[in-house]
Design a protein around this ligand. Structure first.
Ligand SMILES: Cc1cc2nc3c(=O)[nH]c(=O)nc-3n(C[C@H](O)[C@H](O)[C@H](O)COP(=O)(O)OP(=O)(O)OC[C@H]3O[C@@H](n4cnc5c(N)ncnc54)[C@H](O)[C@@H]3O)c2cc1C
Length: 486
């Protein structure tokens, strides 16, 4: 039942009200028009929205939110729909507010190293736009050619360079948002200093549950003077993990430390992302170093020695074209897995770096025991794992094994001192696993924060926070998947 009550008014009236705001072309409501918005990158979870609206400015967003409230209908903001946790689907017959047309870079302030952007600006577009000023936008999800700043803010997205530069949370200075009652408010400050409660911190990573972001002021970073990219080729993934530990322990701070395992290499090399990665390697470790040109040769030699001690052969990208080829292979890895099976479950969990070798072995065993096809490509420097399971959802038995393995993987990571998401968020996917890391008092505190913004649960309901009875601990059968339509 809708959190707004059983008396939600008729869909026809709602659609008419939305069309009055944005016109008929930018309000989609026919069943065949809605299909593309029925899921995000987590194709296992789906829901049909009442309508999809495509506002062009923040005032339209505010009017849409107010219309939804008048018609007792929930709403959810959406960027590119690349999210991997079901965050952008409209549960309870909600309206999707598609922010793709809010795509203007409103200001670039080179002296203060910041940009003011609308939420639909694509991540890579922002970096390309500020490159002539010697700047870039540091958070770089592998989906950066498609994903939007609004989605990045909502998920506090990371990326390969999070190791040195931090996640989105470290790069957002101020936000303007439409609150769930339709009011426009600004939080934070372009200076990065704002007295009082840090509401920017509360909003970044809140998965679109506290309002619709309509403008973000983000930090820009100087492009480093020099960059070196190395490919360390290991006999197995566990040795690569040990090398990651040795590099961090040595005091070096690489910009990125990314591991790609043998099965992922095979998929990448058979795809358009092929980069000449050695197919016989157990794993490769992509190491990026950046900073002052004079400092890098010494660091390259140290990386060679540390990886060599774990049995690796180390190659260095000879030029920018080769560097880009390595990165295209890494960032195209999820896409390349589409060659292996019709469906891919991209997991996202975190463990302390020192536990990587043991946890990876355990995850391998979890999947082997269930006869599942596992491949790993992950932000090793952050301890952020992405065990990827290829499967065919038309096979109910295989699907059940995939979901069961997912549960055990999360439990394993939490038992190792880690947590259930590093960057993809909770959404509908892990809502009922929140009890693995939070007790009921913690969850209640989070519910109260949410209620302060959205007492009626009109904004992206059903995401992020479990209801008490949904918790895995309270109800072992409540794994989440049985209540969200497939
Ligand atoms: C191939 C691939 C690789 C990926 N690699 C990474 C990676 O390296 N690192 C990483 O962190 N993630 C990664 N992701 C996940 C995903 O790209 C990120 O979560 C991204 O930030 C989602 O952006 P989006 O614009 O697609 O948002 P959507 O999927 O459209 O939405 C995601 C969430 O943001 C909310 N939202 C969107 N816009 C707004 C807004 N204006 N106001 C309020 N809430 C909003 C939605 O309600 C939803 O909860 C990857 C995904 C894919 C498919």
């Amino acid at each position: 039942m809708s959190p707004l009550g059983p008396e939600a008014s008729s869909r026809t009236g709602l659609v008419a009200a939305l069309r009055e705001i944005v016109g008929p072309e930018r309000c989609l409501a026919r069943p065949e028009e809605l299909i593309a918005w029925e899921c995000d990158g987590l194709t296992l979870h789906g829901a049909t929205p009442s309508a999809v609206v495509l506002p062009r400015d923040k005032h339209e967003v505010a009017r849409i939110v107010r219309a939804c409230r008048r018609h007792a209908t929930p709403f959810v903001a959406r960027g590119a729909g690349t999210g991997l946790s079901g965050g952008a689907i409209a549960l309870d017959g909600g309206v999707v507010i598609e922010c793709a047309k809010l795509d203007r870079i409103l200001a670039v302030d080179v002296e203060n190293r910041l940009a003011v952007v609308e939420p639909g600006v694509v991540n890579a577009t922002l970096s390309a736009a500020v490159r002539p000023h010697g700047l870039f936008y540091a958070p770089d999800p592998s989906s950066q050619l498609a994903c939007t700043i609004g989605g990045n803010v909502a998920e506090s997205s990371g990326g390969p360079h999070t190791l040195k530069y931090g996640t989105t949370a470290n790069h957002v200075l101020a936000l303007e948002l439409v609150l769930p009652d339709g009011e426009l408010v600004r939080v934070g400050s372009p200076t990065g200093f704002a007295p009082g409660v840090d509401l920017v911190a509360a909003l970044v990573g809140s998965e679109g549950t506290l309002g619709v972001v309509v403008e973000a002021t983000v930090r820009l970073t100087p492009i480093p003077e020099a960059t070196e990219t190395l490919l360390a080729i290991f006999p197995d993934v566990v040795a690569a993990c040990r090398a990651v530990g040795a590099i961090i322990t040595s005091g070096l701070v690489p910009a990125a430390l990314e591991i790609v395992d043998r099965r992922t290499i095979a998929a990448v090399e058979a795809s358009v992302y092929a980069a000449g990665l050695p197919r016989d390697a157990g794993a490769v470790l992509l190491v990026e170093l950046d900073g002052a040109a004079a400092a890098l040769p010494g660091q390259v030699e140290r990386i060679r020695a540390l990886c060599g001690a774990e049995g690796a052969r180390v190659e260095r990208a000879r030029d920018e074209a080769e560097r880009e080829r390595f990165w295209r292979a890494r960032k195209g890895a999820f896409g390349a897995m589409g060659r292996v099976a019709p469906d891919l479950y991209v997991h996202d969990a975190v463990v302390p770096r020192a536990k990587l070798p043991a946890v990876l072995e355990r995850i391998g065993a979890i999947c082997d025991r269930r006869g599942l096809r596992l491949a790993n490509v992950f932000h090793a420097g952050d301890g952020n794992l992405h065990p990827n399971i290829s499967f065919d959802r038309r096979d109910p038995d295989e699907l059940a094994r995939v979901l069961d393995a997912g549960r055990e993987i999360l439990e394993t990571c939490v038992a190792a001192g880690g947590t259930i998401s590093g960057e993809h968020g909770i959404g509908t996917e892990k809502r009922d696993f929140m009890c693995l890391v939070f007790d009921e008092d913690d969850l209640e505190a989070q519910r109260r924060l949410r209620a302060a913004f959205d007492p009626d649960r009109a904004c992206n309901p059903g995401k992020h926070l479990p209801t008490p009875r949904c918790c895995v601990e309270a109800n072992p059968k409540a794994r989440g998947y049985d209540r969200v339509p497939l």
